[in-house]
Design a binder for this molecule. Structure first.
Ligand code: SAM
Length: 285
């Protein structure tokens, strides 16, 4: 199995190639964790500006400094649009950031289904801000492939969040039509799915391809956007999927106190799409 390494040979720098000719780099203060699981290479380094940085197969997943941009925008648009999200499923998200945000709502139970136990262990050990989250009695951690879990689980959910990596390796299946059809079958009436969908600039083809099948499955399937400074190329896309909730018509939002990024104005603005994206989605694949 080929896995990409972000660290250079001297371990002085970690580098993500976002395209073959460009990317992002971090100088390394310490290497906190370096290992390889059955699925992927995991590296956690510390950088002077961004704090701890988690990289999987050479791709930035999370940094201490800017993770709240991503985790708040993945979680709260769906959670805040739902009047009573009691049961929530997170697929992926082994770093614990999405779980921490879900637990800010008065939920009864949250399942976090992460394929790689080593991601959970490494983040528990090296991202101190996420440790208590994993201990919350409302949280159940399941180490399993999200695609297999969804076939077997008997529960149904009010909100499902797909906090997957990019569509390579074990995550590929989490970006496919068959997976979204299965997710829908596990959604309670009025339920909402939010999924990370990739870079605005670099993954246009993927947004167009997915929008074709998502439109067939869900009555409402808009993309929404938010910045994530360390993700390629700074603006990130998310799918909002529901048969009942049209985010353009939501009047009441349930927003927990103490958020750093998300608020009702951000919610409304995040569904505004730039022309080139709207045109590409209209055209389909
Ligand atoms: N925010 C991140 C991003 O876009 O870069 C995603 C972060 S989270 C760490 C992604 C997680 O999805 C990884 O820990 C990975 O192991 C997990 N994952 C990948 N494929 C999976 C699958 N089939 N089932 C469950 N978890 C999966």
């Amino acid at each position: 199995m080929k896995t990409n390494r972000a660290l250079n040979a001297k371990k002085t720098e970690a580098r993500e190639y976002q395209t073959p000719a460009s990317g992002i780099f971090f100088t390394v203060k310490d290497v906190l964790y370096e290992g390889r699981s059955k699925f992927q290479r995991i590296e956690i380094i510390r950088n002077k500006d961004y704090g701890r940085v988690l990289l999987i197969d050479g791709l930035v997943q999370t940094t201490e400094r800017d993770e709240f941009y991503y985790h708040e925008m993945l979680v709260h648009p769906a959670m805040a649009s739902h009047a009573r999200p009691a049961k929530v499923l997170i697929i992926g998200g082994g770093d614990g950031g999405a779980l921490r945000e879900v637990l800010k709502h008065p939920v009864k139970k949250v399942w976090l289904v992460e394929i790689d136990g080593k991601v959970i262990e490494a983040c528990r050990a090296h991202f101190p801000g996420l440790k208590t989250t994993f201990r919350d009695p409302r949280a159940e951690l399941v180490v399993a492939d999200g695609n297999v879990f969804i076939d077997k689980v008997r529960e149904t959910f009010d909100v499902i969040l797909v906090d997957s990596s990019d569509p390579v390796g074990p995550s590929t299946v989490l970006h496919q039509e068959s997976f979204y059809r299965k997710l829908k079958s596990k959604l309670n009436p009025g339920g909402i799915i939010a999924a990370q969908a990739g870079s605005l600039m670099l993954h246009l083809d993927s947004h167009a391809r997915k929008s074709v099948f998502l439109k067939k499955i869900f009555r409402h399937s808009p993309l929404y956007l938010g910045p994530v400074p360390t993700y390629p190329v700074g603006t990130w896309c998310y799918n909002f999927l529901s048969d009942k909730i049209d985010p353009g018509k939501v009047r009441t939002l349930y927003v927990p106190d103490g958020l750093r990024y998300f608020n009702p104005d951000v919610y409304r603005a995040s569904f505004a799409l730039p022309n080139f994206l709207a045109e590409r989605l209209k055209k389909g694949k």
